[in-house]
Write a protein that binds this ligand. Structure first.
Ligand code: IMP
Length: 203
């Protein structure tokens, strides 16, 4: 099977390539399809956004396409920042400003009520006319990482909200862990594991 990865993020491309390296799957990236249109992420859920991106790339390339969407849901904020995680502090923002806004929003939330989870949805969309009767269908694989939000940033690894996120049962944030330890506990790791199982069954 050939799969196009609907992302320009090099780290995600490497991660997926690692997952499928022992399978009869050839992985292409958007660099192989420079004319692929940009997709506006305006869905209300991670799943909607992931499916929208995967479908757009699949119909443009006429090949199966993989896309993902992820973010942080803080229970005391009714699930915010959610699908707006990357743009929480505004359109032209950065990780530091998003993180500062989050800490500010939950400043008065006591310890014990600062629960949150990271979510990652991966969608695999098939083109119309797919011979294996998957005509235009999309499969989705969702992973979560439960935990809580600290009071100040700790650690310098990772990205986004990693410095304030303590996975359940851990005394260190994601930003205080190396890649391997974070992958074993992360939402993205959990979703990739489900994708791996699916692809193994498909080869
Ligand atoms: P996207 O799925 O690449 O669009 O990421 C959405 C946003 O969610 C990122 O910009 C981060 O703010 C946040 N996010 C998603 N996954 C993680 C993670 O593993 N650590 C920290 N922040 C994350």
């Amino acid at each position: 099977m050939n799969i196009v990865l609907a992302t320009r993020n090099k780290k995600k491309v490497e991660e997926i390539k690692r997952i499928v390296k022992d399978m009869p799957i050839s992985v292409y990236s958007l660099d192989d399809f420079p004319d692929c249109p940009e997709v506006i992420e305006d869905g209300k859920t991670f799943e909607e956004n992931a499916v929208k991106k995967a479908r757009a790339v699949s119909s443009h390339t006429n090949m199966p396409a993989l896309a993902d969407d992820s973010g942080l849901e803080v229970y005391a904020l009714n699930g915010e920042p959610g699908v707006l995680s990357a743009r929480y502090a505004g359109e032209n923002t950065d990780d530091r400003k998003n993180l500062e806004k989050l800490l500010n929003e939950i400043r008065s939330v006591p310890d014990g009520k600062r629960g949150a989870r990271f979510a990652c949805c991966i969608a695999l969309a098939f083109p119309a006319g797919d011979l294996a009767l998957r005509d235009g269908k999309a499969e989705t694989f969702t992973g979560y990482s439960e935990g809580s939000i600290g009071r100040e940033p700790k650690g310098s690894n990772g990205f986004g909200y990693d410095p304030v996120f303590y996975p359940a049962g851990c005394k260190r944030t994601f930003a205080e862990m190396d890649d391997e330890e974070k992958d074993s506990l992360s939402h993205r790791g959990a979703a990739l594991k489900k994708l791996h199982e699916y692809l193994k069954g498909r080869k």
